[in-house]
Design a protein around this ligand. Structure first.
Ligand code: NAD
Ligand code: UDP
Length: 358
């Protein structure tokens, strides 16, 4: 057995947010191993991260529902914390395949947690989502707003949050951070890694990018009659590199001796546990704001038409990010222009995503 120094297990680390987080971990001198079944990603993303960070990445292909495979990792490496990205994330698909979604996301997390507990690994950062706020009564959204879900994907996030809260109640040696992401967009500034959705993108930013590069004809803007400044839906878009740094801050929170008080001074333990924070910018931008910003960044015209609202969409969703600043000393720094410029660099250099590596 080759026991090495303590490290972070990154489930789903070959995916969009995971691959960007690996760079942030490497820059912060965290050692890590990636565990991914590659059901929605490609090994090529890891090859490219290796080029960016200038060192090789430990990778094990496997499913989070495969306890034996996970156990082999825990016996080989001294894993002291987990960042848990692995999961299925397509809202529409989750409505068609709820059993697969609950099995993958909820059951997968339970298997992971039981292996973690068996090997006495009790620190986990979980990828939750702003979707757990359902249709909020007001904005900006604070962490103590009521929780609800309108589709199986959102419910899987809500269930996992509840499970993690119960795990802490049962064993308060667990240290748990629930990160509720708003709308991650953008790419690493190298333009070599980015979001690579299968088929027709469901999300706004990859759809705009593929329209700008000529892969799609026209963006359908879902609804022009919302109660927003221009009638189109408003969201809190956050650069994936800022989001990635939030995960490093969450790991730092596990190990720091003190936490940060509301007036920014350091206070002694106990810290809040589980810690639940929004990762957003606090700014709401409309679909048309994003479209115009992308046109500026790409110097391309993006054709669009207003079509009826998409079922299940809400008018406005943006974070109050002040708790993340207070508890993790984290805040988003990048503007929507940088989000669009970086997305465009990735899209222009990789029109087929990771499929045809150059
Ligand atoms: P992604 O699909 O690019 O990455 C998820 C990774 O998990 C993929 O590499 C996939 O192959 C892997 N995976 C899925 N099921 C697995 C399993 N059973 N075993 C092992 N690996 C598995 O998605 P992403 O955008 O990087 O999202 C990462 C996490 O953040 C997900 O949990 C997602 O639900 C959550 N999240 C994403 C967004 C977003 O808009 N991208 C917003 C909020 C929350
Ligand atoms: N949207 C759109 N056309 C698209 C995809 C999305 O008009 O092809 C809108 C959508 O209605 C919402 C915003 O863009 O107002 C962000 O949608 P996305 O699916 O990216 O994120 P989410 O709805 O999960 O916040």
């Amino acid at each position: 057995m080759n026991a090495v120094k303590p490290m972070v297990l990154v489930t789903g680390g070959a995916g969009y947010i995971g691959s960007h987080t690996l760079i942030a971990l490497a820059e912060a001198n965290y050692d890590f191993i990636v565990y991914d079944n590659l059901c929605n990603s490609s090994k090529e993303s890891l090859n490219r991260v290796e080029k960016i960070i200038g060192k090789s990445i430990k990778f094990q292909e496997g499913d989070i529902r495969d306890a034996d495979c996970l156990e082999r990792l825990f016996t080989t490496y001294n894993i002291d914390s987990v960042i848990h990205f692995a999961g299925l994330k397509a809202v529409g698909e989750s409505v068609e395949k709820p059993i697969e979604y609950f099995d993958n996301n909820v059951n997968g997390t339970l298997v992971l947690l039981s292996v973690m507990k068996k090997y006495n690994c009790k620190q986990i950062v979980f990828s939750s989502s702003a979707t757990v706020y359902g249709d909020p009564a007001t904005t900006p959204i604070k962490e103590d707003f009521p929780l609800s879900a309108t589709n199986p994907y959102g419910r899987s996030k809500l269930f996992i949050e509840e499970i993690l809260r119960d795990v802490f109640v049962s064993d308060n040696e667990f240290k748990i951070v629930l990160l509720r992401y708003f709308n991650p967009v953008g790419s690493h500034s190298s333009g070599t890694i980015g979001e690579d959705p299968n088929g027709i993108p469901n999300n706004l930013m990859p759809f705009i990018a593929q329209t700008a590069v000529g892969k799609r004809e026209c963006l359908s803007v879902f609804g022009g009659d919302y109660d927003t400044k221009d009638g189109t839906g408003v969201r809190d878009y956050i650069h994936v590199v800022d989001l990635a740094l939030g995960h490093v801050k969450a790991l730092d929170y596990f190990t720091s001796e003190t936490s940060i008080s509301p007036d920014e001074t350091r206070v002694p333990f106990p810290k809040t546990n589980p810690l639940t924070v929004n990762l957003g910018t606090g700014n709401g931008y409309s679909v048309l704001d994003m479209l115009k910003a992308f046109e500026r960044a790409s110097e391309k015209k993006v054709a669009y038409k207003i079509v009826p609202r998409r079922a299940g969409d809400i008018a406005k969703c943006f974070a109050d990010p002040s708790y993340a600043k207070k508890m993790l000393d984290w805040e988003a720094k990048k503007s929507i222009d940088e989000m669009c410029e970086d997305s465009w660099r990735w899209q222009e250099n990789n029109p087929d995503g990771y499929q045809n590596p150059t």
